[in-house]
Write a protein that binds this ligand. Structure first.
Ligand code: SF4
Length: 327
């Protein structure tokens, strides 16, 4: 389960930053994604921004959803169809899940031969669709840093991202900069105006080398796991795919008469006149709550108009529905 952001203002800060990045860069921001490898789920990055690469359009043509990394890395090719289980070198349950999902999103085509399912790739996977993964940790108030330094140290030593940035609303002092690992870039971001000042540029990390992931912290020592370049390659593929499928508007709007979606698609409250966190602020516990249907939000339309992401692309999916007519 993704860790909840720590406070409503942190949520509003995060959404404001994602909205701004979408407007001012060609990056695709996504929120709250798993960024550890040896101990999955123990590190959730606030924002993972995917920087498009030369094959981005090819990837966008396949599907608007996440393609499972297990399917991408399988031996299922584009030539002759293979019995689904023969295409994978992993647990059959995992292979089954990946097959079902890959068929569903149109990355695999499936056919039945004597009650056995055979699959082939519907499309070549364009590995160069992203050029960089940028991990952004938000800490609006550096006065309550919580686990911040430990998280940033993990991000730097594991290096699953190409670069890591700390984004804050606080004034950043020299003492702060000295404490934050030198590889981590620092932005000062104002969620009200959208102004973003680069206080320090990030240093490039080495996603192609072995990473070191702290897995357990004891009073006198820390247990670590070595993460091979191959494991990191898979983790990066999974992160990029999850980010592409998920984006940053994966929240429900409040079922309240005062709820609105603002121009960026953020959940706003007309009563309190600000962006709200529906998960922690809205509902019967709110003094002004009035039950109603949640407002409409065209997540796909907004995302498509502001990024290179393509909703419901024709490519492999159309071929798939064409095939359906014959099987
Ligand atoms: S529940 Fe409260 S905070 Fe949420 S939209 Fe309604 S009035 Fe606003």
């Amino acid at each position: 389960m993704p860790a909840p952001v720590s406070s409503p203002s942190e949520f509003a800060f995060e959404l404001a930053l994602c909205a701004r990045l979408e407007q001012t860069t060609d990056w695709l921001p996504a929120r709250q994604l798993g960024a550890s490898v040896a101990s999955p789920g123990s590190r959730i990055i606030d924002v993972c921004a995917v920087v498009p690469g030369p094959e981005f359009d090819e990837r966008a043509r396949i599907t608007d959803s996440e393609i499972p990394a297990t399917a991408i890395e399988s031996d299922v090719g584009a030539g002759s169809a293979v019995f689904w289980r023969d295409g994978f070198d992993c647990h059959p349950a995992r292979a089954r899940r990946a097959t079902d999902r890959a068929v569903e999103v149109g990355f695999f085509e499936s056919e039945r031969r004597r009650s056995r399912e055979y699959v082939r790739r519907a499309a070549r996977y364009p590995h160069d669709w992203f050029s960089r993964l940028v991990g952004i940790e938000n800490k609006p108030d550096l006065g309550s840093p919580g686990d911040l330094l430990r998280q940033l140290r993990l991000d730097v030593s594991l290096a699953v991202f190409d670069e890591v940035i700390l984004s804050t609303e606080s004034y950043v002092t020299g003492a702060h900069l000295n404490r934050i690992p030198g590889e981590v870039g620092v932005w000062r971001f104002d969620p009200d105006t959208g102004d973003r000042e680069v206080v320090r540029e990030p240093q490039p990390l080495s996603p192609g080398s072995t990473g070191v992931e702290p897995t357990e912290y004891h009073s006198l020592h820390t247990d670590v796991a070595l993460v091979s370049p191959a494991e990191k390659r898979t983790a990066r593929l999974r992160l990029a795919e999850r980010a592409y499928g998920k984006g940053w508007r994966a929240y429900d709007l409040p079922a309240c008469a005062h709820a609105r979606a603002d121009a960026d698609g953020r959940p706003a409250c007309a009563h309190f006149d600000r962006v709200v966190d529906p998960g922690s602020e809205c509902g019967a516990d709110c003094s002004a709550f009035e039950a109603a249907d949640p407002p409409e939000l065209d997540r796909d339309g907004l995302r498509e108009s502001r990024t290179g992401w393509v909703a419901d692309p024709a490519g492999a999916v159309r071929r798939q529905s064409g095939l359906d007519r014959y099987f």
